[in-house]
Write a protein that binds this ligand. Structure first.
Ligand SMILES: [Zn+2]
Length: 282
């Protein structure tokens, strides 16, 4: 046990060194960073929201169009959990890495907005989010809070302009990913000299492909996850553990490194506003 602990400590130190030496680090996060905040991993078979329904049917764009009430009955418990959820220590750790000028982007598969709640500003949500909804008929977009009461009461929200179906701006099965977020995520992954994967098993495309883009262009890969991932064999540092335990320890090591003056030169001088530094593209 002690041996495992010290090996984990060594891996955390190595990951911190990679981040300190980096100039264009990005993070990629999945469901595993939000499960400690009480949000179920709704893609895990036999668990949580996938238990009684076929997601490819209920949470697909064609399922939505034909039986929107089934979709809302399925997603309502998730929305209720998301409404109550608070960011955890791992979300806060990533927000701090951004504030320190180290993380340039967080690419997330999550739709829960918890990175923003923790203070992260440069977040690419490749599966969309639930903050807004769009009419499938006329394209009218509105904040979801306008529809929340209706959804809670079991009704399907309708467009105030044309009466069409309002769909939350999350990506359903059979839908294209938001092209802008995806293209920026791919660009950031290609440009990254370090990618920190947190809480994703890297089984869902196209997220699974992003670490490979980073590796292909010569970047380093750090993976922090409770279970195995599809890219473990590519990782320069592989840390198996609980993200809410590991991430704060990793940031502590990074902070110590900064105090020791070991930050990459181009990043040094960041004063906490690092997110709008020279690599900013928007
Ligand atoms: Zn409409």
């Amino acid at each position: 046990m002690r041996w495992r602990k010290s090996r984990q400590e060594e891996a955390i130190r190595k990951a911190a060194d990679l981040l300190l030496a980096s100039e264009r680090a990005v993070a990629l996060t999945g469901a595993g960073i939000s499960t400690p905040s009480g949000i179920p991993d709704f893609r895990t078979p036999g668990k949580g929201l996938w238990e009684f329904v076929d997601p490819a049917e209920v949470a697909s764009i064609w399922g939505y169009k034909t039986q929107p009430e089934r979709f809302y009955a399925w997603i309502r418990p998730l929305l209720e959990k998301m409404e109550k959820a608070q960011p955890n220590a791992a979300h806060h750790a990533l927000a701090e890495l951004e504030a320190l000028g180290i993380l340039k982007w967080i690419i997330t598969q999550n739709i829960d907005s918890l990175h923003q709640a923790a203070g992260s500003r440069r977040v690419l949500e490749i599966h969309g989010h639930t903050r807004t909804a769009t009419c499938l008929s006329c394209g009218y977009q509105a904040g979801t809070e306008d529809f929340w009461e209706e959804v809670k009461e079991g009704r399907v929200p309708r467009c105030p302009r044309c009466g069409g179906l309002m769909k939350p701006d999350v990506v359903l099965f059979g839908e294209l990913l938001p092209p802008k977020a995806l293209i920026r995520a791919q660009e950031a992954s290609l440009a990254a000299d370090v990618m920190l994967v947190v809480g994703s098993s890297l089984e869902v495309m196209p997220a699974a492909d992003l670490p490979r883009l980073t590796r292909r262009s010569g970047g380093k890969l750090i993976i922090v996850n409770l279970g195995p991932t599809s890219a473990d064999h590519l990782a320069d540092v592989l840390i198996r553990g609980d993200v809410v335990d590991i991430l704060p320890r990793l940031v502590q090591r990074v902070r110590e490194g900064i105090e020791d003056g070991r930050l990459a030169r181009s990043v040094r001088g960041g004063d906490g506003e690092g997110s709008d530094g020279p690599s900013g593209r928007d």
